[in-house]
Design a protein around this ligand. Structure first.
Ligand SMILES: Nc1nc2c(ncn2[C@@H]2O[C@H](COP(=O)(O)OP(=O)(O)OP(=O)(O)O)[C@@H](O)[C@H]2O)c(=O)[nH]1
Ligand SMILES: [Mg+2]
Length: 437
C-alpha cells in the first residue's frame, strides 16, 4: 500500500485555474476531511462541485475529480482538485491536505507509481518526461510513439529471441537426458546471435539519429575578432540579439540563442573573438570561448576575407567543425567546395544545408526507437555481450561461457524494458519446454 501523495500539477504561477493532484489508497479519506462532501464511498470516476474547507472556513470553490483504482493514471485511487489559479490558494489547499495525512510527492513520483503498479512500462514512463521537455514538434512526436507503447512492443520479439536461444542452451546443459529437447549446435547459436546483434545495431543507429531531435545540439561560433560571429548569430535568430560593431573585440561574454533546425533544437553560442589580449575582461571572454568549444557538438569556424589563422584552427581542428567563409559580398574569387555566406545580408542558407548534412538532420522517421542515454547505453551493452558470445562460439569456447554472455545480454534487455525484477529466466525455460512433464 502506498501513502497518499499530493502535488501541484500545473505551473507554479498565476493562471485561470490550477490542478492539485493526489494519489494513494486512502486519498478519498484525506480529501473528505477537507471537502464539503464525503467522498469515502465513491465507487467510480465522478466529478464533484464544492468547497475545500479548513474546519468551518471555506478555502476555495473547486471542481474535484475522483478516479477509483485501478482506473487512474497511477492505478491507485486518485483525486484531481481544480481550484482557482492563485498560488496562495493552491498552497493553502496543499498545506491542508498535508495536515490531513497526505505527503508531498517527489519528482516523477506519480509516473513511478504508474510504473510500479503496472499501468505503464519504463519506456512509457520515460516518454512522459520527454514529452514535457520536448521543444520541437518532431521531439514531441517521437516521444508520443514511445508513450503509446510502440517502442516496447517493437523490442519484445528481440528480447524473446535472446531468451529463446539462451533457454535452449541452458536446457541442453542442465537436462542433457531429455530426448524431446531440440539440440542446439554452435551454428544455430552463431546465426541467432548474429541476427539479434544486427537488430540491436540498427536500433542503436536509429536511436542515435533520433536522440538529437530530443536533446538538441550545441553549436559554437568561433573565429578571430571582427569576422562576423555576432552577425551570424543574429542572422540565425532573425533578431538583433548580439551587439555588432566594426570594432574588434566587441563580444566579451558568450551570447546564447536557440533555433529549430528541421526539428532539432540547436543551441547557438556566439563567442568572443580569439586572439592575444591584454584587456582582462576580454581575456576572461576568450577563456569562456575556449570552454564553449569544449562542450560543443559542432564548431562553426568563421573566417572572413583575411583568411584562416592557423593557430586558431589548431585549437578546434580535432572537433567536428565547418569552415565558414563570411562576408561573401566582399569576395570576388570563390574557391570550390567552400561554404560562403553573408551574415550581414542574412544569406546563410548554404551554411544551414551544410549543418544538416554534417549532423545528419533529415526527415524524422517516427519509427519506434530507443533514444535516450539510459536506453542507448543498455543497447550498447547488449551488443557488446552478444559480440563476446559470438567470438566465444567461433573460438570453440565451452558453451556455458557463451551462455554467460547471452545471459548478460538478456538482463540488459530486461533492464531496458524495466522488467528485471518482475521476470525470471527459469519461468521462461519451463514455460517454453515443459521439462517437468
Ligand atoms: N561586408 C560584410 N560585413 C559584415 C558581414 N558580416 C558582418 N560584417 C561586419 O563585420 C563587422 C564585425 O561584425 P561582428 O558580427 O561584430 O563580428 P564578430 O566576429 O562578432 O566580432 P567580435 O565580437 O569583435 O569578435 C561589423 O561591422 C559587421 O557589420 C558580411 O557578411 N559582409
Ligand atoms: Mg561578436
Amino acid at each position: 500500500m502506498f501513502e497518499t501523495i499530493v502535488a501541484l500539477a500545473t505551473a507554479p504561477a498565476k493562471s485561470a485555474l490550477a490542478i492539485i493532484r493526489l494519489s494513494g489508497d486512502d486519498c478519498f479519506d484525506v480529501v473528505s476531511k477537507c471537502f464539503s462532501k464525503d467522498l469515502r464511498n465513491v465507487k467510480e470516476r465522478t466529478v464533484h462541485f464544492g468547497f475545500v474547507k479548513d474546519g468551518e472556513k471555506n478555502i476555495d470553490q473547486v471542481v474535484l475529480l475522483t478516479y477509483v483504482s485501478p482506473h487512474s493514471f497511477t492505478g491507485e485511487n486518485a483525486v484531481e482538485i481544480i481550484c482557482h489559479g492563485s498560488l496562495l490558494i493552491a498552497n493553502q489547499i496543499i498545506a491542508l491536505l498535508l495536515k490531513n495525512g497526505a505527503r508531498m510527492a517527489t519528482n516523477g513520483e506519480f509516473s513511478s507509481r504508474a510504473y510500479l503498479n503496472g499501468k505503464i512500462d519504463l519506456i512509457q514512463a520515460e516518454a512522459i518526461n520527454d514529452i514535457i521537455n520536448a521543444t520541437t514538434d518532431e521531439a514531441k512526436e517521437l516521444s508520443l510513439v514511445a508513450l503509446e507503447g510502440k517502442t516496447s512492443k517493437m523490442f519484445k520479439p528481440i528480447k524473446e529471441k535472446i531468451a529463446e536461444i539462451l533457454s535452449q542452451i541452458e536446457v541442453n546443459i542442465d537436462y542433457p537426458e531429455y530426448e524431446d529437447i531440440e539440440e542446439v549446435n554452435r551454428e544455430k547459436v552463431e546465426t541467432t546471435c548474429k541476427e539479434i546483434l544486427s537488430d540491436i545495431n540498427s536500433l542503436i543507429e536509429q536511436g542515435e539519429k533520433d536522440r538529437v531531435y530530443r536533446e538538441g545540439l550545441n553549436v559554437a561560433i568561433v573565429g578571430k575578432p571582427n569576422v562576423g560571429k555576432s552577425s551570424l548569430l543574429n542572422a540565425f535568430l532573425k533578431e538583433d540579439k548580439a551587439i555588432v560593431t566594426d570594432i574588434a573585440g566587441t563580444t566579451r561574454d558568450v551570447v546564447e540563442g536557440e533555433i529549430n533546425m528541421g526539428g532539432v533544437p540547436i543551441r547557438l553560442y556566439d563567442t568572443a573573438g580569439l586572439h592575444e589580449s591584454k584587456d582582462m575582461i576580454e581575456q576572461i571572454g576568450i577563456n569562456k570561448a575556449k570552454e564553449t568549444i569544449k562542450k560543443a557538438d559542432l564548431i562553426l569556424f568563421l573566417v572572413d576575407e583575411t583568411g584562416i589563422d592557423n593557430d586558431l584552427y589548431t585549437l578546434i581542428k580535432d572537433k567536428k567543425h565547418i569552415i565558414v567563409r563570411n562576408k561573401s559580398d566582399l569576395v570576388t574569387n570563390r574557391k570550390e567546395n567552400e561554404i560562403y555566406i553573408s551574415a550581414k545580408k542574412n544569406d546563410i542558407d548554404a551554411l544551414i544545408n551544410k549543418i544538416k548534412e554534417v549532423m545528419n538532420i533529415g526527415e524524422v522517421s517516427l519509427k519506434p526507437s530507443f533514444n535516450n542515454t539510459r536506453q542507448l547505453g543498455l543497447l550498447k551493452s547488449i551488443a557488446k555481450n552478444l559480440e563476446t558470445a559470438l567470438k566465444d562460439v567461433k573460438d570453440n569456447q565451452p558453451i556455458d561461457l557463451v551462455a554467460t554472455s547471452i545471459m548478460l545480454a538478456y538482463n540488459g534487455a530486461l533492464d531496458l524494458l524495466g522488467e528485471n525484477n518482475k521476470n525470471d529466466l527459469t519461468t521462461e525455460i519451463f514455460s517454453r519446454f515443459c521439462v517437468g512433464k
